[in-house]
Design a protein around this ligand. Structure first.
Ligand code: ATP
Ligand code: MG
Length: 469
């Protein structure tokens, strides 16, 4: 406020000074002429006065003309040098011109910074004029859609009819559409058209291929889950309705009730597997792992498998590898149980199932080998997908949800292990979990307190920090 008042005062003072200088100059000429009048004739003194005033007027006129020429030239030309009353004006004009130049330079570098940032965006940006001609585009738009230069219609670069329709529509705030563009085969783009002002529109193009795939996987998953739940639910409803409406004998009633029980168990298993899979996919932090005693674990799983088989298969364990594995116990148990259960389920009566643990190629190989129906080559790559089953009805008959191998694969990934599947239709399959060497622990299990070796003994410290193989 004070600065503004001071500058107003200064400007008023400068204007007054110009008036004073002009009058002063004219008065000086008149005084000089009056003084010369003493020595010269009046006519000569008057003539000198007229000449002096004429020179002064001509000087002012020539300066005004140079100033006009300067004003018509580009802004960065130097101002003409002025004398007398022109000095303060020229100084002021010089200052204004310098300030203007500085702000133009600052704006230019600001604009460059904005352009550089916008060029680094992965999304394509295109500014369109009122005729939908390109006014400006960033690098992403140029490389994605081959846009170059300006003043060309944007539909020359993006030729989809759906996009042409988008351009036709005007008035709304923003239009959004997903499209497959000819310029980028196999990719899906989201095109957004924003009305920026009456003259311009902004087109934003974003590669949403991954997002679209994820959306498709999600909706497939929801459809699959709904389908899997609907099947047992329909069966349960059917049996329950029959039980309610018909007067059945005791044997048939028991049969229907046990069918209902089986279906509800399948639903329970499905929900359990889904929850397990969700928790495995969600857990990204450190694993809650410990050194697992493998032999007792595998023994108990083999016993379980024998119970499931009820003597229809020969089931054995070959234990040759290191005694302990660094892993999450519940997850390893769940993975091996899935593999062993599959082996029993998909092996005809009289076949054999062998669970083995050994070291191969510096890795710990936990394998489940069966002499079952095997898997054909075209089904093998999809076998670990959620809900994928070679023979849907057979899998359902045996109570399968189709999530088992997806869970095994997820558990393997979490342990930096791999799941390898070798199979030949009619001959059998081998499912092998290959654990990296750093997870294998060769030393014997911790000894009890009474038989503990003396402090400082190597085997004791090994027990706290078991060495890898
Ligand atoms: N050892 C095997 N021999 C032959 N086919 C197998 C074997 N293991 C799995 N499969 C095939 O792979 C499919 C997927 O197996 P997965 O374990 O994921 O599902 P499931 O056994 O049907 O159900 P569950 O979720 O109860 O395990 C099975 O439906 C079956 O077709
Ligand atoms: Mg299974």
């Amino acid at each position: 406020m004070e600065a503004a008042t001071a500058s107003c005062l200064n400007e008023g003072l400068a204007a007054t000074l110009i008036w004073f200088r002009s009058f002063g100059f004219a008065a000086l000429i008149i005084l000089v002429a009056a003084w010369l009048h003493r020595f010269l004739s009046p006519a000569l003194a008057f003539a000198l006065l007229v000449v002096a005033l004429l020179v002064a007027v001509l000087y002012q006129a020539s300066f005004v003309s140079r100033l006009t020429t300067w004003a018509n030239l580009p802004r960065n030309r130097p101002l003409p040098i002025g004398w007398g009353i022109w000095t303060p004006l020229i100084e002021r004009l010089n200052r204004v011109s310098r300030e203007q130049q500085a702000s133009v330079t600052e704006l230019g570098s600001e604009l460059e910074r904005i352009h550089a940032a916008v060029d680094r965006l992965p999304d394509g940006l295109v500014l369109l004029d009122r005729y939908d001609h390109v006014s400006w585009s960033n690098q992403a738009a140029q490389s994605l859609h081959g846009i170059f230069g300006t003043q060309r219609p944007v539909h020359h670069f993006i030729r989809q009819p759906e996009f042409a329709e988008m351009l036709q529509r005007r008035g709304g705030e923003v239009q959004i559409q997903r499209l497959q563009l000819n310029t980028q085969p196999g990719r899906i783009f989201e095109l957004q058209l924003h009305e920026t002002d009456a003259e311009h529109r902004l087109l934003i193009t974003r590669d949403v291929t991954d997002q679209a795939k994820l959306d498709a996987v999600r909706s497939d998953f929801v459809a699959n889950v709904s389908h899997e739940i609907r099947t047992p639910a329909t069966v349960i409803a059917g049996f329950a309705e029959t039980l309610l409406s018909l007067d059945l004998d005791d044997k048939t009633r028991r049969e229907y009730l046990s069918a209902i029980l089986r279906q509800s168990e399948t639903m329970g298993r499905l929900v359990g597997d889904l929850l397990l899979l969700a928790s495995l996919e969600r857990a990204t932090d450190r694993l809650d792992e410990s050194a697992i005693e493998l032999q007792p674990l595998l023994n108990s799983l083999v016993y379980e498998a024998r119970a499931l088989s009820s003597g229809r298969h020969e089931i054995s364990l070959e234990f040759e590898g290191p005694p302990r594995l660094m892993a999450v116990p519940t997850e390893i148990e769940s993975a091996v149980r899935n593999l062993v259960t599959n082996a029993v389920r998909y092996t005809p009566d009289g076949g054999t199932v062998t669970v083995s643990w050994r070291v191969r190629d510096d890795e710990g190989w936990l394998a489940v080998h069966d002499t079952g129906i095997g898997i054909s080559t075209e089904n093998l790559p999809r076998i670990t997908e959620r809900f994928y089953r070679v023979d849907r009805s057979r899998s359902r008959d045996t109570g399968g949800t189709g999530l088992g191998l997806a869970i095994v694969k997820r558990i393997a990934n979490r342990h930096h292990a791999s799941l390898r599947i070798d199979s030949e239709p009619g001959k059998g399959s081998v499912f092998t979990l290959r654990f990296p060497a750093r997870r294998l622990i060769a030393d014997p299990p911790a000894v009890s307190a009474s038989t503990e070796p003396p402090a400082g003994d190597a085997s004791r410290s090994n027990d706290q920090h078991p060495p890898p193989l």
